[in-house]
Design a protein around this ligand. Structure first.
Ligand code: GAL
Length: 429
């Protein structure tokens, strides 16, 4: 499938909901850093390498907008597992921060439909931002011609991180990654026989993350996209076979998975306790933070069966509706969009800049592979990170996946996921 076709499909996934938001008042704050006051920035980048990424951004913000005071509203929990609930209740009780993190795509559309974020097309016009971000990404931030957030970065979700020493101890050559799930199962068996954990994983959302990459590997990009627009049947033999593969993969994982967030699961690779971890490329930031050398201390490759596909997600920042320091929000968005802000943040975060005017040679080796893949590969939307479905559908998937982790009943998993799709597609339609 051609990249442009997939991008159109990807945009459609984000835009199938009927658009009705946007009666947020248009504001005229001063984005030039002259208004002053506090700017509460709400994210889930509360700890470790994620906080280091946020800190790098804040440093640029303070240089560019010294009159404003950054207030950290971060709520810990990978992928926003806690933050999104806290944010929802704050927005419901009219207590918005100056800006909050939202994923490009369907998740952002939720906030737009609920009239919780404002149209910032005027800022795009004033600052020429439409010229510096890729058109297909802008489409995911747009509803009915109005644009609602500024993207800070692009992450790739379908990446396996591996420890070469653990692989060698199991008789596996780290230089030749498995090309298919079947080849990977053979290697996972070998690692298990060597006594190490074959595949490290964490709590619910990291399992959803693994699940989406297995669906992608088995179904291919077109049918994977069809899962989110109703054109791929969740009860089909192909989807059921993919779910059987997911169930099999979970058998290779650490049994304490429910107690771990992603940094703990990725740390098992760094510590040589596990061979493989499937994680988005925020993991790269954790390897970098601990001075791990790409190619020697760790290797990375696309989830077997997904080579040539970039499972995409992007973080972006909003201008919420409500009583906020709008000038402060605009100052923050100005830093997010700036070349300096994007560079500082993405170098520290493992992601690649959303801006197109990037010098790839300024980025470490892994990120260069991601820049290359994003430019050339087929792009599909991430489920676990808000690009593919509204939050309600993702929550229903997460419940089914979490239940499976506890009861191991694959029929229950299959029917839970099919029900989640049926209920949510019905609501959209
Ligand atoms: C994603 C987010 C990333 C990273 C990751 C782990 O949803 O987009 O920036 O923070 O969660 O927490």
């Amino acid at each position: 499938m051609r990249r442009t076709t997939v991008i159109a499909a990807l945009a459609a996934v984000g835009l199938t909901l009927s658009a009705c938001g946007d009666d947020g008042e248009s504001t005229s704050g001063d984005g030039n850093g002259n208004g002053g006051g506090e700017v509460e920035v709400f994210t889930w980048w509360a700890e470790g390498s994620e906080k280091a990424g946020l800190d790098a951004l804040v440093e640029v913000f303070q240089e560019q907008h010294p009159d404003y005071e950054f207030v950290n509203g971060a709520v810990a929990g990978g992928a926003g597992s806690n933050a999104k609930n806290v944010l929802a209740s704050r927005l419901q009780t009219n207590d918005p921060p100056e800006t909050f993190q939202a994923h490009a795509g369907a998740e952002l559309t939720d906030y737009i439909e609920a009239n919780q974020v404002q149209d910032i097309s005027n800022l795009y016009d004033e600052n020429g931002w439409s010229d510096v971000f890729p058109e297909d990404l802008l489409e995911l931030l747009t509803v009915d011609g109005a644009i609602y957030s500024v993207p800070s970065n692009i992450h790739r979700a379908n990446v396996v991180w591996a420890n070469p020493t653990v692989l060698e101890q199991a008789g596996i050559d780290p230089a030749t990654p498995p090309a298919s799930l079947d080849e990977w199962f053979t290697q996972l068996d070998a690692v298990q026989a060597s006594g190490a954990t074959a595949l490290s994983i964490g709590t619910d959302w990291t399992q959803v993350h693994l699940l989406e990459t297995v669906l992608l590997a088995d179904l291919g990009p077109e049918a994977y996209i069809g899962l989110w627009d109703g054109s791929t049947d969740w009860a089909s033999p192909e989807v059921e076979a993919a779910l059987d593969d997911y169930a099999k993969l979970l058998e290779y994982t650490n049994t304490d998975r429910q107690n771990l967030d992603w940094p703990d699961a990725t740390q098992q690779i760094i510590d040589g306790k596990a061979a493989y971890n499937v994680m988005g490329d925020w993991a790269e930031a954790a390897f970098q933070e601990q001075q791990q050398k790409f190619g020697t201390d760790y290797v990375a490759f696309p989830v077997p069966g997904t080579d040539g596909v970039f499972d995409f997600l992007a973080d972006s920042f909003t201008l919420p509706v409500g009583d906020i320091n709008t000038g402060g929000t605009e100052a923050w968005l100005d830093t997010i969009a700036s070349p300096e802000g994007q560079k500082a943040f993405n170098l520290a975060k493992g992601s690649i800049p959303a801006r197109t005017d990037v010098d790839a040679s300024e980025y470490p080796e892994y990120q260069q592979t991601a820049i290359e893949s994003f430019a050339n590969d087929t792009i599909v939307p991430s489920l676990a990170h808000g690009a593919a479905t509204p939050v309600a559908w993702l929550d229903a998937v997460t419940q089914a996946v979490s239940r499976f982790s506890a009861n191991g009943n694959v029929d229950d998993l299959k029917s839970g996921l099919a029900d989640a799709a049926a209920n949510n597609l019905q609501q959209e339609g």
